[in-house]
Each structure stands twice: as C-alpha cells, then as structure tokens.
Design a protein around this ligand. Sequence first.
Ligand code: 4NP
Length: 181
Amino acid sequence: MTAVPAKPPVRISFVCLGNICRSPTAEAVMRHLVGQAGLGAAITLDSAGMGDWHVGGARDARSSEVGRRRGMPLGGVARQFQRADFARFDYVLAMDRSNRDQLLLLAPDDAARAKVSLLRAFDAAAPADAEVPDPYYGGPDGFDNVFAICEVACRGLLDHLCRQHNLSPVVGSKDALGQIV
Ligand code: 4NP
C-alpha cells in the first residue's frame, strides 16, 4: 500500500508595524479559530512587524490583557519581517496600508508581491482597503476594537482557506462561522 503524502500546511504571517499589538492579536484570534476547526496541522501561523524597535520584546501589555480576557492568549516575542520570509509563507497579511505598501516594496519578485494583502480584504463587509487601526497611542477601547475587527476578518480568512485549499473542519469541531460541523 502506498502512503498518501500529507498536504503541506498553508503558511500565514500577519504583519503590523511593531509586532506587539495588532499582528499578534490577529495570530491569537486565528490560532483560536483554526484550533476550533481542528485544522492546526493544516494551517501554520506567525506574526511579524515592519519595524525593529520591539524585536525580542514581549507583546504589548494592553493587547495581552484583552487576549487573556477573551481566552485567546498572545504568545511569543516580537520579530521583524525579513525579505527571506516571503519564501516561508503563502499569505502575508498586512494590518494597514502602510504595512502593505512597505511589504510590496520589500518583496523580491511578483510571486512574493502576490502573497501580500490586507487582512481585512477577507472581511466581506469591510470597505475596500479597510485597515486594522493602530491602537498603540490610543485608549483602552482601541485594543478591544482590534480584537473584534480581527475576529471578523479571521473568520473570513478561515473560510477562504478552506475553500481555496480544500480543507474541511474536522467533524465535531467548529467551522469559520462557529457552527458545529
Ligand atoms: P502594532 O502597534 O504595529 O499593532 O504592534 C504599534 C506598536 C508600537 C509602535 C507603533 C505601533 N511604536 O511606535 O513603537
């Protein structure tokens, strides 16, 4: 009997400016949804920042607190997105237009540029070019708002990945809309 080769995972990196607020939030939300769908082996997740100010440092305490409260803990430490990362990921999802434009400038070729889009492009109800707003210099509501925005967009992203890559949520788990399948 010939073993069926395992499909390689779909690899996603979420990118913001500092990699301490928005992109680790998107990563935590997506990890939660992917886990609920039983697709942890099929979809791998990462986040990074365009800037290097926070490299090696912890996530923002305000984002971490919201994640803890919502049962979607933020893990890891900040890192800077590298040109070589384009080869390591299938989707490079920017939080805002500035991140996206910087990624497009950094990308080595058309294949890399084709991997870049805004996270909110996966939110069917969001206007064109919608961003995840930077909460860093704002009040506490901004961090809850980032979570809510990421949750809607990540549900759309998971739905897209399931269709595009022929992935099925494991029976008894939850699909992108949170329905038991
Ligand atoms: P993030 O937020 O890009 O969502 O991680 C920011 C974090 C740090 C800074 C700006 C935005 N900063 O200027 O240090």
